[in-house]
Design a protein. Structure first.
Length: 174
């Protein structure tokens, strides 16, 4: 109440019965002080948990879309590369290269692209997070070295998976 009460903090034990008692207590306080809004810690915690859950789901969906788009870009690049290098592939086959060798060449290129892409993506994402975290959100963001391993591993996986069909096509050229 203005000039008398500016906040009421209602805490409970966190157990299921305690939360019910807490809600009853909050309603009783609202009856005693008409027009007052009593918010329990349980309500705030539930709201925060729900918000975090929604953000995680959105983040996972966004990550899946980005990986799919990246994979399609790699597949498109590798398909164009196979098309442009038909003469070189034919020359290699005429000189005695096996289809397995041709497949290996294109998959090695996919591995190289994935490793470079994963490392580049890590650094392009990490530095803005460190800088903007400090400047915009006033949070200290610390680079985690394990994330570069994950970034490269995921990029390698996506690169090889989406390059497999174009590489097989290259290996099957006559």
């Amino acid at each position: 109440k203005r000039g008398v009460v500016n906040a009421i903090e209602v805490l409970g034990c966190g157990c299921s019965k305690g939360e019910k008692d807490l809600m009853v207590l909050a309603r009783n306080i609202e009856k005693i002080l008409p027009g007052a809004k009593v918010i329990t810690i349980a309500r705030i915690a539930r709201t925060q948990t729900k918000t975090i859950s929604i953000m995680r789901k959105f983040s996972r969906l966004l990550s899946a879309v980005v990986l799919l788009i990246g994979g399609m870009g790699i597949a498109n690049y590798m398909t164009a590369n196979v098309y442009e290098r038909r003469k070189e592939i034919g020359t290699l086959l005429a000189l005695g290269a096996t289809p397995k060798t041709i497949l290996s060449i294109f998959l090695q290129k996919a591995v190289l692209l994935g490793a470079i892409g994963g490392a580049t993506g890590y650094f392009i994402g990490m530095w803005p997070a460190v800088i903007l975290g400090r400047r915009v959100l006033n949070l200290e963001v610390f680079p985690q070295k394990i994330l570069i391993v994950w970034a490269i591993a995921i990029a390698l996986f996506i690169s090889v998976i989406f390059s497999a069909a174009p590489a097989r096509k290259a290996a099957g050229l006559d």
